[in-house]
Design a protein around this ligand. Structure first.
Ligand code: XMP
Length: 522
């Protein structure tokens, strides 16, 4: 027994809790690669770990990952994909207010499995035109709803007539008439459209497509049996989509602390816009700036807290305990921590300011515990191990670069030298500031004025779907939790023990002295 106690003591001399470890490096800024976590006795299998996280004010996620409010990362497509995987997307604000409102609406109205804008044809088109369309757009399907010029459903063009031999025939001659087409009124889809469609396909032998119409018989969508089957399978997956009480996907939106022509905070514009976001069902707003410990950000958060007492508010960014306390006092629910760790950030180079991320998180966490606000680790994540380390000191991570190459991120795919890329740029880069984000970096929105950019414009290699990237990241997080014997994120925070890594230790941590044939995530 005594020997066991001695070995425990021995371990703790080397592998220290956050409160013993970080203060012993009080003059040094440490980031993810500077430290590693010690393993602990475990009875936990990685796949049994729970990743639910509570960000306060009723905002709960099933995975602790948030996509960054950047114009090359999060619009509605990314936010939908994040929420479907149990996380959250923050829609960026580099767009007109009206457009941001409709981006939020798109997420809140997203019905998984319902194709809201199905490809349609009209009765006067020739089958030849339809064949050309399929060829041009490389559609993998050849059954199309047929609508008249007012969008009313006229019938269904089945795939067995979409053949070159009928090219000269009109769609009107070949369609299955409206009276024979199976439809459902959108009102009847209820809270769980997939379960409703699943029941329909079971009851209607051989029918693979269900058209959704409104009271005026206008086509409102299409549900296919293959999508329903895929989604039903996914539902058995461990991580459920992040939804609100009405079963809608969660969605966040960023707002900026904009000023009017007199340099004062534009209260009216900000409150009016956030009212619009709330009307559309936004679940959280993020007051996003590079320097959150400022009067402007404090006043914006206070104003929003007064106007919307129950709305979860994320604010930032800060890297000090005082900064966290300041934003918490103003009314923030969660605080973003990170100044300069981002992959496209140049704040530390340009302004000489910022704190390596693990130290920043530890310092920020002191105030967060006192003020009962959540800490979000923002920026610098390049691998799942970084997330595990960040989660020992925070409630969730915010990712930009790691998601920017995904299909669901805004922007076109570019081919350079046979490789595929997507654009990824800092919100403090010249191009992004011209597009509207200058206020975030304390500059006026005036492209002709000379400003010092704090971010670069870059490319990310195409990374496939968000589902795929998140599956890799989640697998890594769960593996880390298994090594620490942590069944959930609270236990991960309690159990984490740290040690400093030497430069040789860092080299040892990556593949070395081998010829790599495949990277770890292939
Ligand atoms: P990652 O490392 O995930 O970082 O690509 C994304 C985070 O970086 C922040 N961000 C910036 N920071 N200059 C900066 O100093 C910029 O231009 C910039 N743009 C984004 C932001 O916090 C984001 O979530």
């Amino acid at each position: 027994m005594a020997a066991h106690k001695d070995t425990d003591n021995f371990d703790s001399k080397f592998y220290k809790s956050a409160d013993a470890f970080f203060p012993s490096y009080s003059g040094i800024g440490l980031t993810f690669d500077d430290i590693t976590l010690a393993t602990l006795y475990s009875e936990i299998l990685p796949r049994e770990t729970q990743l639910d996280t509570d960000l306060g004010a009723g905002l709960q996620l099933h995975i602790p990952i948030i996509s960054s409010d950047m114009d090359t990362v999060t619009e509605s497509r990314m936010a939908i994909a994040m929420a479907l995987n149990g996380g959250l997307g923050l829609i960026h604000y580099n767009m007109p207010d009206r457009q941001q409102l409709s981006e939020v609406s798109r997420v809140k109205h997203h019905v998984h499995g319902l194709i809201q804008e199905p490809i349609k044809v009209t009765p006067d088109q020739l089958i030849g035109d339809v064949l050309e369309l399929i060829e041009q757009k490389r559609f993998a399907f050849s059954t199309f709803p047929v609508v008249d010029d007012k969008g009313k459903l006229a019938g269904l063009l089945p795939s067995h007539v979409v053949k070159p031999r009928y090219a000269k025939r009109k769609v009107a001659e070949a369609l299955q008439p409206r009276s024979q087409v199976h439809t459902i009124n959108q009102k009847e889809l209820g809270k769980d459209p997939i379960a409703r469609a699943d029941k329909f396909f079971t009851e209607h032998l051989g029918i693979h497509k269900l058209l959704v119409v409104d009271d005026k018989d206008t086509l409102r969508g299409l549900i296919t049996m293959s999508d329903v089957e895929r989604i039903t399978q996914e539902r058995r997956a461990q991580f459920k989509p992040a939804r609100d009480a009405n079963f809608h996907l969660l969605c966040g939106a960023a707002v900026s602390a904009t000023r009017n022509a007199f340099g004062e905070l534009d209260r009216e514009r900000i409150v009016t816009h956030v009212s619009g976001l709330v009307e559309r069902g936004v679940d959280v707003v993020a007051v996003s700036t590079a320097h959150g410990h400022t009067k402007g950000v404090g006043d914006t958060v206070k104003m929003l807290r007064e106007a919307f007492p129950k709305l979860p508010i994320i604010a930032g960014n800060v890297t000090s305990a005082e900064g966290v306390e300041f934003l918490a006092r103003a009314g923030a629910t969660a605080v973003k921590v990170g100044q300069g760790p981002g992959s496209i950030c140049t704040t530390r180079i340009v302004a000489g300011v910022g704190i390596p991320q693990m130290t920043a998180l530890y310092v920020a966490m002191q105030a967060a515990a006192k003020k009962k606000v959540a800490i979000l680790s923002d920026g610098g994540i390049t691998k799942s191990g970084d997330i595990v380390k960040a989660l020992t000191l925070s409630k969730a991570v915010i990712c930009g670069g790691i998601l920017a190459g995904c299909t669901e991120a805004p922007g076109e795919v570019l081919e350079i030298g046979g490789k595929l890329y997507k654009q990824y740029r800092g919100m403090g880069s010249i191009a992004a500031m011209k597009a509207g984000s200058a206020a975030r970096y304390g500059h006026e929105k005036n492209p002709t004025q000379k400003v010092a950019p704090e971010g670069v414009e870059a490319l990310k290699e195409v990374a496939g779907s968000v589902d795929r990237v998140l599956a890799q990241l989640i697998g890594g997080i769960q593996s880390g939790m298994g090594y620490l014997g942590a069944a959930n994120l609270e236990q991960l925070r309690e159990k984490a023990r740290y040690i400093r890594v030497s430069p040789a230790g860092q080299r040892e941590a990556a593949p070395h002295d081998v010829v790599e044939l495949k990277t770890g995530n292939q």
